[in-house]
Design a binder for this molecule. Structure first.
Ligand code: SF4
Length: 94
């Protein structure tokens, strides 16, 4: 949770556009925002592995989907497929 200059609390420091606002700390206090339904529901979805909308902040985040993370994900996927369906080896015929 990141508290902005005006008291609004957003989910993450990557939320430059203030897309996921959890509440207003200046108006409601930090405990109420922290225990609020919006924050709890967001955390519940993230930690239970539920899919989110394609345009959800984390689904577009460069911190999560940077080049290194993308390559690692592709390699892990290819490795899983290879283990599940190993290539057939045949003797070369000439
Ligand atoms: S994935 Fe990106 S937007 Fe989502 S919590 Fe992590 S750093 Fe923030």
């Amino acid at each position: 949770m990141v508290i902005l200059f005006d008291g609004r609390a957003v989910m993450c420091c990557q939320d430059m556009a203030r897309e996921v606002i959890w509440g207003d700390v200046a108006r409601d206090g930090i405990v109420k925002v922290w225990n609020g339904k919006v924050r709890r529901e967001t955390i519940r979805r993230l930690y239970t592995g539920q899919t989110c909308k394609q345009d959800f902040l984390c689904a577009r985040c460069e911190q999560a989907l940077g080049p290194g993370a993308m390559v690692q994900s592709l390699l892990q996927s290819a490795w899983r497929k290879l283990k599940k369906h190993p290539p057939q080896t045949r003797a070369a015929t000439y």
